[in-house]
Design a protein around this ligand. Structure first.
Ligand SMILES: *Cc1c(COP(=O)(O)O)cnc(C)c1O
Length: 398
């Protein structure tokens, strides 16, 4: 190993440790679920995106195993070169029907769907207008494109501020195309984008809209079809991104929209063009997840029942959940050190809830991010609440 690189890595890692930004992933020793075995300890897991409990659902497991028997474990190639199996095609048709759009194109992840779709639909004559709290994968996708997008160019609006968005639309009329891009559900605060107002402004100023529904997929709208369905904006959101990695319990991302959009991304979406297709068992498992979402309302009901219970219980106990409207429930702490100490104390009490600190969120806005799901029982959540109270009493803060 090159000595120069080695010493540079050492210095950079030390800097992260000095700033309390150094991450050590915990090792999950059991399937994803409400209670898990992690780093040798039984804990209630409040940090998973397995919203509907599908990641370890018997029907989804069974579909994956069956697909291995039928198709083997790998697709063998990039999709357009020879890696699109019939089951990949079937998944896209099912998703398009689910989303009520003309077409869907699947990518290997939500992150890659953003890096594929965003740069493909803009040129250097265009602008991209963003909410300041958009997800990192949107920001990276935007950076890969040739459109103007920067905050210093006045193209980033304060979180959900529709007056600010309208001003930007008024100031950018000379550009060829204008794309407004937003999270559907914001991943750190759990609030919902004002999509009806965004769509109206877009229509008024001839811009187009892309929404990243990673945290709305399986959570909001009819059977979990997302924010466009939740707000009944069918046909008015140009590009919808969904993830298959969170509520759907497997892995993947997709773009839903017009047939022409899909066609264009098949020809110009770089992760589609240059990265191998999902294993067929992934597509099969996802079709099984969709079957459950479309035919069994119980997991989504349990998700929302648990979400309401958890938010009410925290509020009654005096915790601040920061205006969250979805299962993503931040518990406000403020100080970075206090949030990290609280994470460690909760772990000792058998609860895994991650502290989210700067730079993921603003300085002084540290929080614990909790995610109730359909995989939790009421007892899991009641036990977690007692742990939160004990830790607060112990620390005399939050
Ligand atoms: C998680 C997430 C993604 C990435 O999705 P993956 O399928 O995990 O790659 C994209 N956008 C948002 C808003 C997310 O929260």
């Amino acid at each position: 190993m090159n000595a120069h690189l080695q010493s540079w890595l050492g210095e950079q890692l030390q800097a992260l440790r000095d700033q309390n930004l150094y991450k050590i992933p915990k090792i999950l020793e059991s399937p994803a679920g409400g209670r898990v075995q992690m780093n040798g300890k039984q804990v209630i897991n409040l940090s998973s995106n397995n919203y509907l409990g599908l990641a370890n659902h018997p029907k989804v497991r069974e579909a994956a195993l069956k697909a291995i028997d039928e198709w083997g474990v790998g697709a063998g190639a990039v999709r357009w070169i020879g890696g699109t199996m019939r089951i990949h095609d079937e998944l896209e048709q099912r998703l398009a029907k689910f989303k009520q759009t003309e077409a869907v194109l699947v990518f290997t992840g939500g992150f890659t769907a953003n890096s594929g779709a965003i740069p493909a639909v803009v040129t250097d004559k265009d602008v991209i207008i963003s909410d300041e709290l958009n997800h990192a994968s949107i920001i990276d996708g935007v950076r890969l494109g040739s459109a103007k997008y920067k905050k210093s160019d006045g193209l980033v609006y304060a979180h959900k501020d529709m007056e600010a968005l309208e001003k930007i639309l008024q100031n950018t009329q000379s550009f060829q195309k204008r794309m407004i891009i937003t999270d559907g559900v914001f991943s750190m605060d759990g609030d919902i984008a004002p999509l009806p107002a965004i769509v109206e402004l877009a229509e008024k100023y001839d811009a187009f809209v892309m929404v990243d529904d990673a945290h709305a997929s399986g959570v909001l709208g009819k059977n979990g079809a997302g924010t466009t369905s939740h707000f009944n904006l069918y046909g008015r959101v140009d590009i919808q991104l969904g993830t298959l990695s969170k509520a759907l319990g497997v892995v993947g991302g997709y773009i839903a929209g017009s047939a022409a959009l899909k066609d264009w991304l098949i020809n110009r979406g770089r992760p589609y063009l240059f990265s191998t297709a999902h294993p067929p068992m992934v597509a099969a498992a996802l079709i099984a997840s969709l079957d459950i979402m479309e035919n069994d309302p119980e997991p989504m009901q349990r998700l929302w029942d648990n979400t309401r219970w958890w938010k009410n219980a925290l509020a009654e106990a005096g915790f601040d959940t920061m205006g969250s409207e979805t299962p993503i429930t931040p518990v406000y702490v403020g100080d970075e050190g206090a949030a990290q100490a609280m994470e460690r104390a909760l772990w000792e009490e058998g609860v895994y809830a991650l502290a989210i600190v700067y730079p993921t969120v603003a300085r002084g806005k540290a929080r614990l991010r909790t995610m109730p799901s359909a995989a939790h029982t009421k007892e899991d959540l009641a036990d977690a609440l007692e742990a939160f109270k004990r830790v607060r009493d112990m620390m005399g803060s939050a």
